[in-house]
Design a protein around this ligand. Sequence first.
Ligand SMILES: *[C@@H]1O[C@H](CO)[C@@H](O)[C@H](O)[C@H]1NC(C)=O
Ligand SMILES: *[C@@H]1O[C@H](CO)[C@@H](O)[C@H](O)[C@H]1NC(C)=O
Ligand SMILES: *[C@@H]1O[C@H](CO)[C@@H](O)[C@H](O)[C@H]1NC(C)=O
Ligand SMILES: *[C@@H]1O[C@H](CO)[C@@H](O)[C@H](O)[C@H]1NC(C)=O
Length: 277
Amino acid sequence: MESGEIHGSEKKRRRRGFILAAAAVVLFLVILAVVLGVTLSGERKREEFKDTFMERCQKFKGYNCQHIWELFQQAYVNKDPCEVPPNAYDTLIAAAPMEPPCNTLLFWSKTKDVVQDFARKNKCFQAVEETLLGSVLNSLTWCGKKDSNETLTTGCPGWLECENNPPRSFWRRLSTAFGDAACGNATAMLNGSITTPFDSQSIFASVEVKRFKSPRVKNLNVVLVIQKNSVTNCSNPSLQNLVTVLDKGISYRCFEVPRSQIEECGDDPEKPCGPCW
Ligand SMILES: *[C@@H]1O[C@H](CO)[C@@H](O)[C@H](O)[C@H]1NC(C)=O
Ligand SMILES: *[C@@H]1O[C@H](CO)[C@@H](O)[C@H](O)[C@H]1NC(C)=O
Ligand SMILES: *[C@@H]1O[C@H](CO)[C@@H](O)[C@H](O)[C@H]1NC(C)=O
Ligand SMILES: *[C@@H]1O[C@H](CO)[C@@H](O)[C@H](O)[C@H]1NC(C)=O
């Protein structure tokens, strides 16, 4: 009886010891899985970024995408993600020159909704997102950090957090090149639902328009996208500002065009390039 009791409590103690040990092992495994999972998912995201880059790049024939990827990385890898100025991308831009045909360049500000769809379907116009580098990096986020050769896709500074962050500098630099490529008729889709369609803070106003040079660029055609809630027309004061900053010799026209008309115009890919407005 007595020895049975001692035996019983010994058994209980052993069982408790066993449960504690098992719990410790389980806890260890859980922590290991979490750490491993985080590391692997970071790794996978980085690989996904490069895969996306290469996949999109390879849609353009005649370019060495591996070389373009390496030049791209050189712009931001091993640098403070707030200290990547636009000219860090100079060699990258030079390796993928933009040569869209004259009269086809489509600029836009605050009209992404309608432009992306329109420019994808309508081969008569090309937005910067259809150029090689623009399409490769469209909607992506990236940065590097000091003392590391990695490309990060999370924990990067936001667009407004610091001026010289890698995506923002990239888009400014690419837009400069796109503005330089404009010739003949340049078209700009601006938003008629806001009070300042030509916003001095926008990339269109602060970068692209400044690169338009006469006589290479002959006309600027502004397409003011009109919707039911539109508050603006072609006599908007900000558009008067646009006319005054335009290089002398470039003529200017403004069209008020309903959004539905723009959508229809992009609808038929077989249609020869003709006026949509
Ligand atoms: C114009 O701006 C408004 C307000 O920001 C937005 O809701 C609308 O989608 C924009 N229009 C286009 C064509 O992107
Ligand atoms: C980054 O550095 C590590 C170690 O120095 C090296 O093994 C790896 O190949 C490098 N990765 C890239 C993308 O350069
Ligand atoms: C250029 O734009 C004007 C409207 O400003 C238009 O009449 C003309 O047909 C366009 N030319 C070309 C080549 O697209
Ligand atoms: C343009 O809008 C302004 C202000 O809303 C208005 O006063 C003017 O009559 C409009 N002009 C035209 C041609 O519709």
